[in-house]
Design a protein. Structure first.
Length: 175
């Protein structure tokens, strides 16, 4: 992520934390990250992983898209890139992302808030996706709808996959 995006993310993260009246120590402990790492993120330094950003969004009780909305950078690590396309303002909250998994990638995602659903529409390539215990094969033109309030994953084999991921927060307004 470029310096401008990191600065923007850091200011936004700090504002969300302070709006809740939480200290750095409180949020860091709840998100399972070091206080020094959270401090660096808020100062626009560091290189946050997708998992770190998801955990922060969950602990701040905001959709992932709300946390990253102020930045336009593509987020990525270890063969996975994610970019927020848009965030709905209705109820239930809806986030839309472009996601790409390079060949031979396995990405495990933490459970979202109760009632959350994911909808995947594959644009190119092939992947396995869904709840960890019930992953399904998908190819270009296919779609999958699954409960995202439990651990889920995305896995590619010999080819990359690009897909539209829509997250609907039906149980609450959190990630």
């Amino acid at each position: 992520m470029d310096k401008r995006s990191l600065d923007t993310l850091g200011r936004h993260l700090q504002a969300l934390r302070q709006a809740r009246g939480w200290s750095l120590s409180q949020l860091a402990a709840q998100a399972g990250i070091a206080k020094s790492n959270l401090s660096r993120l808020e100062q626009g330094d560091g290189n946050p992983t997708l998992d770190t950003l998801w955990r922060l969004a969950m602990r701040l009780e905001v959709p992932f898209g709300t946390l990253v909305a102020p930045i336009t950078a593509v987020l990525g690590e270890e063969g996975v890139t994610v970019q927020l396309i848009d965030q709905g303002r209705d109820n239930p909250p809806v986030d839309a992302y472009w996601m790409r998994c390079e060949a031979h990638t396995h990405r495990r995602a933490e459970a979202h808030s109760p009632g959350t659903r994911e909808f995947l529409n594959v644009v190119s390539g092939k992947l396995m996706a869904g709840p960890v215990e019930a992953m399904q094969p998908l190819a270009a033109g296919e779609r999958l709808d699954f409960p995202a309030d439990r651990a889920h994953a995305y896995r590619t084999e010999a080819e990359a996959a690009t897909f539209l991921m829509t997250i609907v927060y039906t149980g609450s307004d959190t990630a």
